[in-house]
Each structure stands twice: as structure tokens, then as C-alpha cells.
Write a protein that binds this ligand. Structure first.
Ligand code: ADP
Length: 552
């Protein structure tokens, strides 16, 4: 990678030429270790260049391993790049100043409980911080763990404990990479040490995290190959993972020998056929995901004998625009938008949790509803501004009066006008007598009115491959598959059947670090004992099926 080009990309200059920044695998990648043919080798091969994959790659590299990252899309980032709001971490109060930047924070990583002494990393310069299972959790850590366990229903308590205890290290590590997540706010309903961290610039958190990770990967000579799709894991006679078979261009094959492989392929909320393979009862809906989120890692893990958890569980985003799948964030409802059905009536508390709002919309004919806003709300949201300006006239309607808007939506005029009148009255009185909405920030009386047709869409898949706190992929027996590690949305367990908002990137970094460190340690150990890495005959790839998923 070229640093100037990377910087240009992240300042938006080179978006259309992004594939030039990384080794573009429509051309064969540069030979590694001088092997003949399309054979390459590294201590650690990471599959997927989202936040989890690049975190694992940078961590493994810092630990002294050579690292290749395979990314099937033309550019890195995956769903991580799309994360807008911020990341939640439990940060002890004394370490946080009012500005959100810890006055005494180390500028380098203070160590990770799973980074072993044998691994030397410039980031672990200070004393290692052991995770003492008996140590009491802070108020925030206990409250967040409690909420994760309740919401997830099947969450693994050991992974949840790891999450709430290690989230601060994830923040410090990202900051040490030069990532700006210094803006800090509290999380409603949570103790003060549970913080939402965001870039002070107002930039989307996923973009800033990916920028910092890519810059570090580049500096550290991590080999990143885009348009290189991993198809299969190679295993030896004992079942240990020894590499990856990948494809690029028009079906050309490349083989990557690896001391250890990290699966970081993300979830499968972008793959409707995989979703239906895991749970045929789910509705046909669009997705908010990157097109790369199709569950490839799960299929590879099944073939390698991994245990899967809760793969029939999905989460929805309740409000996306049909056709484009453009997401209209909850902030728009917090700013005052209401939802009405084809009868012209409200049908849900618009501020209820995403899953509840989504289920209420899914129950309507065509899984559709109208999101009603006015000029005051539109002005606050760049997504709404562009949607109201450019979306298809079938999807966005506008009018000066409620009567005219009802007509353009083709909903009963009398019902819609009375819905709006009643809502305006309740907003003025500050009390939603119909659905108990806590805040009614707008009475929908400013300027023109707009109606946007919305549908829920698949948003995340909290289940996935079973992995332990060290990132080792587990078999149904509970013992690890040698040489195989996983992190990020490809894994299940930490979020059980439902993920709370703004925990995705934190999880990718916490468990990406654990997987990268463990993979490097294992691979460096394997260097001493050369192994036969010729691909052993593999059975035909299995498909994802709900019966393969266990629940805790
Ligand atoms: P996470 O950070 O949780 O791993 P992301 O969605 O951000 O999730 O990143 C996953 C990345 O993995 C995406 O960039 C996606 O394109 C990539 N990916 C998915 N399947 C493959 C595959 N078979 N080979 C290479 N890359 C893949």
C-alpha cells in the first residue's frame, strides 16, 4: 500500500480508484517467499479486512508474525466502515477528563490479558493487565454485562465478561494507533463509566477506525490482497488448519499456506439465501449490509468441523428506504418523526427498541409503513435531505397540508388528518397517550410535510462460529480446532441472539486483538516444526442449516 494514496482515499479523493491502493487480485498478487505457482505463505492469514480482521492482522504483525489479509471486495472495510454512531466502552471514571480524553492515559497499549509474554509487541510496553476472573466488575461493567446477557438471552458469560472488562483496552489501543475517538458521552440508562466514544470531528466511527487500522497495517507491512476470495480452509490429516484456498479474477486459484488462519469474514445479514438456510421462516427483506456479508466464513468453518451458535437469529433495522436500502437512522425518530400505516394511523411507539419497531412494521401488509417528517426534521439530517431531494417519487411524497400528503400516500385522508391532529395535541401536552412515547421532540408543524416509504431490513447476525476468549474456534466437543481463530461478526456467543447498539466495533477490536495474538503465538510456535501443508482431499462444501446451530 502507498501511504499517500491511502491518505488520499480517506480524504475522499480517490474513492472511485480505490482498488489501486491495495494489491488488486484481478492481477495475480506478488509472490511471497518465492514459491512457484500461485502458492504463498505467511505465519498468519486473515480472511476479511473489516475492523476485526485488520485488528487481528496488526496485532499478529506486532507480535512478530508475517501476515497476509485476504479481502474479497475491491476495498477493505466491510460493515465496519458503515458504522455511524460510536463505540461503547466501559472506561473507569478517574481516567476520563471532562473532554473525554484521559489525562493520564498511556499513549501506548497497556497490554492485553491474552498477549503472552513470549509475544513482543511495541504496544505492550507497560505492565500486562491480567484478567482476574474473581475481581469485582465496576458498576458500569456489571450493568452492561447484565444488559448484554438479558438482551442476548444465550450470550456466553465468559465472553461477556471479557467484553466489559477489556473494552477500555480496545479504546486505548485504537488511540495508540492514532484513531480519534476522543468525543465522549454517557449512555442513557447506564452508569457513568459506560461511555460512547466517537471521533471529535463528527466523522463516522467506522470510517475513522478503518482509517487508523489501514494506516497501521500499511506501516507494518501487512500484505492486503483485495478481490481475493477465500473459498476453503486447508487442513492436515489431524484436522489442523494449515492454509486457505482462494480465488481471484475469472476463477483463478491461489493457495495460502498459513501457520494459523483467522476468520474475520463478518456476518451474513447481506445474504438472504444464507439467512433463509438458517431460518426459513424469516421474511424476504433487503439488507443494510455491505455486499460482502454473505456468511462465507460460516460455510468454511462448518467444513472445518466448527460448532455454530444461534445462526437462526437476526436483527433488523426498522427504517430503510425500499430499492436503495438506505438506512434512516433512529436519530430521525428521536428528532420527532412518526410512523403511520396504510390506514393513516400510528401503530407503534416509534422510540421502542429497533427489534420491536421492526416487528410492528413487518406485521403490516408488504412490510411497509410511512415515516412522517417536516422541514424542521429534514434540515437536521443529511440522509433525509438527500432522500427528500433525490429518492424516487414512489418512495418520498411531500405536500403543504396533511390532506394533500394523505392523498399522495393514498391513505384515508380523514384518518391521517386526525392522526396528525391528535399527535400534535399530545406533543404540545408532552404526553403520548396512545403508545407511551417518552419524547415528542417535534409537533410536525414546521414547513412542508414529507412521507417516506420505509421497510425493515436485515441489519446484523449475532450468532456465528463458536470461539473462546482467546479467539480459538471450537468444535462441538468444546475443544479448539488447531490453527483456526475467529473474531468479529463471524463469531457467535458474545451477543447471543441480539446485539445492543454500538457494540460491534468494540467487539471486533477486543476479540480481533485476542485472535491476532493467539494466532501469532501459535504460528510462531509452528515455525519451529515444519508441517506438511499440501491440501488434503476435502469433502464438498456443506451448506448452512439451522440444525447445525447450537444454543447456549
Ligand atoms: P468484522 O469486522 O466483524 O469482521 P466486517 O463486515 O467489517 O466485519 O468485515 C468482514 C470483511 O470480510 C468484509 O470486508 C468482507 O468483504 C470480507 N469477506 C467476507 N467473506 C470473505 C471471503 N470469503 N474472502 C475474503 N474476504 C471476505
Amino acid at each position: 500500500m502507498n501511504r499517500a494514496l491511502t491518505q488520499a482515499f480517506f480524504s475522499g479523493v480517490l474513492l472511485s480508484a480505490s482498488s489501486a491502493l491495495w494489491a488488486d487480485s484481478s492481477q495475480p498478487p506478488a509472490q511471497i517467499n518465492g514459491a512457484a505457482g500461485d502458492f504463498y505463505a505467511a505465519d498468519v492469514v486473515v480472511i476479511g479486512a473489516g475492523a476485526a480482521g485488520l485488528t487481528a492482522a496488526v496485532t499478529a504483525r506486532e507480535a512478530g508474525a508475517s501476515v497476509i489479509v485476504l479481502e474479497k471486495m475491491p476495498m477493505p472495510g466491510g460493515n465496519s466502515l458503515l458504522c455511524e454512531d460510536g463505540l461503547i466502552a466501559v472506561m473507569p471514571s478517574p481516567e476520563i477528563s471532562e473532554s473525554g480524553v484521559g489525562p493520564n492515559l498511556p499513549t501506548t497499549m497497556t497490554g492485553h490479558p491474552h498477549v503472552h509474554a513470549s509475544i513482543h509487541s511495541p504496544w505492550s510496553s507497560a505492565a500486562e493487565v491480567p484478567l482476574d476472573d474473581a475481581a469485582p466488575l465496576s458498576a458500569g461493567a456489571a450493568a452492561l454485562a447484565d444488559r448484554m446477557l438479558k438482551e442476548g438471552r444465550h450470550s456466553d458469560p465468559a465472553l461477556v465478561r471479557e467484553f466489559v472488562s477489556d473494552s477500555k483496552y480496545a479504546v486505548w489501543w485504537l488511540e495508540a494507533l492514532g484513531c480519534d475517538i476522543s468525543a465522549c458521552s454517557s449512555v442513557p440508562g447506564m452508569p457513568g463509566d459506560v461511555r460512547l466514544r466517537r471521533p471529535a470531528s463528527g466523522e463516522a466511527v467506522g470510517y475513522e477506525v478503518m482509517r487508523a487500522l489501514l494506516m497501521r497495517a500499511e506501516t507494518d507491512n501487512v500484505q492486503l490482497l483485495t478481490r481475493m476470495r477465500a473459498d476453503k480452509l486447508m487442513r492436515d490429516d489431524q484436522g489442523a488448519v494449515t492454509g486457505v484456498v482462494a480465488s481471484y479474477g475469472r476463477g483463478a486459484k491461489a493457495t495460502f499456506r498459513a501457520g494459523a488462519v483467522v476468520l474475520a469474514t463478518g456476518g451474513f445479514a447481506g445474504g438472504l439465501s444464507v439467512i433463509h438456510g438458517a431460518n426459513a421462516d424469516l421474511p424476504v427483506l433487503g439488507s443494510t449490509n455491505s455486499p460482502g456479508a454473505t456468511g462465507d466464513g460460516l460455510i468454511m468453518a462448518i467444513d472445518a468441523g466448527a460448532k455454530l451458535l444461534d445462526v437462526d437469529a437476526v436483527t433488523f433495522h426498522p427504517t430503510t428506504l425500499p430499492l436503495t436500502g438506505r438506512l434512516i437512522s433512529k436519530a430521525v425518530r428521536v428528532d420527532g418523526a412518526i410512523l403511520v400505516n396504510q390506514e393513516g394511523r400510528r401503530f407503534v411507539n416509534e422510540l421502542d427498541p429497533a427489534g420491536k419497531v421492526a416487528q410492528a412494521v413487518i406485521a403490516l401488509p408488504n412490510h411497509e409503513a410511512w415515516l412522517i417528517v417536516d422541514d424542521g426534521i429534514v434540515k437536521k439530517s443529511s440522509v433525509l435531505t438527500s432522500a427528500c431531494g433525490f429518492a424516487s417519487p414512489d418512495i418520498v411524497k411531500s405536500a403543504d397540508t396533511p390532506e394533500a400528503l394523505a392523498e399522495s400516500m393514498n391513505v384515508p385522508e380523514k384518518a391521517f388528518v386526525s392522526t396528525l391532529k391528535r399527535y400534535r395535541g399530545m406533543a404540545a401536552a408532552g404526553r403520548d397517550e396512545d403508545f407511551g412515547r417518552a419524547e415528542m421532540a417535534s409537533a410536525l408543524k414546521t414547513g412542508r410535510l414529507y412521507a417516506l416509504k420505509i421497510r425493515p431490513a436485515y441489519h446484523s447476525t449475532p450468532g456465528g462460529v463458536a470461539a473462546d476468549v482467546r479467539g480459538q474456534v471450537l468444535q462441538p466437543s468444546g475443544s479448539p480446532i488447531e490453527g483456526l481463530y475467529a473474531a468479529g461478526e463471524v463469531t457467535g456467543g458474545v451477543f447471543g441472539r441480539s446485539r445492543l447498539d454500538n457494540l460491534g466495533i468494540t467487539s471486533a477490536v477486543i476479540f480481533g486483538r485476542a485472535a491476532g495474538a493467539s494466532a501469532a503465538e501459535f504460528a510462531l510456535g509452528r515455525r519451529e516444526k515444519p508441517f506438511d501443508w499440501v491440501e488434503s482431499p476435502q469433502p464438498e462444501s456443506k451448506q448452512l442449516h439451522a440444525s447445525q446451530s447450537a444454543s447456549r
